[in-house]
Design a protein around this ligand. Structure first.
Ligand code: HEC
Length: 223
């Protein structure tokens, strides 16, 4: 065998190994996954997305939310809790591969500039306004006013300013602080259809709200 054929064979072997490792093996491990069906109720887990939430997923992708937010609750085997993600109340359990079965592309993310959003749709706060639809609109419009010091960029282009026609819209954003001074008394800020879709998507993210048999559980705490 001359040196050229050794080189060509070596290059082909590199491609073949990575194809087996990155495509074939994951396919055999995960490619056959199906939703988990509850025998008693016939309900499937994970549930599908509603039409508007499905459209909101595209808005989430288009605006780079995934560059700062993850959608994965990690399991680190810490006794009693499972790990810091669960202690931070980002989810009641860790996420597993099947949680992303309904996603055409999974926005799992890798950087956590902001909090994990895997369960933002079921997140609770003692403040009853927080995490309501109105709160999400205001937070997207003016994150620094809602959370002072926030590093999240305002998503103003998802809203429009318009003259109040008769009555104020029930969706009008509660604009506060300096931004409120730029609004005339006869003007309001309302969400565009894209903002509605995005918030519907965020509110549908409840990846811990159903059980799955393969979810790892934390070992009991030992004294
Ligand atoms: C440059 C990084 C960055 C980008 C891009 C970004 N965010 Fe954020 N986000 C943050 C930070 C930091 C916080 C925490 C402070 C706050 O609440 O504003 C946050 C908080 C949030 C929260 C509240 C989470 C909670 O638990 O209170 C939501 C919801 C959210 N972001 C949604 C989005 C959406 C939707 C997009 C895309 C349209 C997006 N973010 C883009 C950085 C970012």
């Amino acid at each position: 065998m001359n040196r050229m054929s050794v080189l060509v064979l070596g290059i082909m072997a590199c491609f073949l190994t990575s194809w087996v490792g990155l495509a074939v093996t994951p396919y055999y491990q995960l490619g056959q996954l199906l939703p988990d069906t509850d025998d008693a109720t016939g309900e499937q887990a994970p549930p599908g997305f509603s039409g508007r939430a499905e459209q909101g997923r595209a808005v989430y992708a288009a605006n780079g939310c995934v560059s700062c937010h993850t959608q994965q609750v990690r399991f680190e085997g810490v006794p009693a809790t499972g790990g810091p993600d669960i202690e931070r109340e980002w989810g009641e359990r860790s996420t597993v591969a099947r949680d992303y079965l309904r996603d055409t592309a999974a926005y799992v993310g890798s950087q956590r500039v902001g909090p994990d959003l895997a369960n933002i749709g079921s997140r609770k706060s003692p403040d009853s306004y927080k995490y309501t639809t109105a709160w999400h609109y205001q937070h997207l419009y003016q994150p620094q006013v809602v959370t002072p010091g926030s590093a999240m960029p305002p998503m103003r282009f998802l809203f429009e300013k318009r003259k109040i026609a008769g009555q104020r819209s029930h969706e009008a954003v509660k604009v506060e602080g300096e931004d409120a001074k730029c609004l005339h008394s006869d003007e309001e800020i309302v969400p565009t259809e894209q903002a509605r879709q995005l918030v519907a998507y965020l509110q549908s993210l409840k990846r811990s709200s159903y059980p799955l048999p393969e979810v790892p559980t934390a070992p009991a705490a030992t004294e």
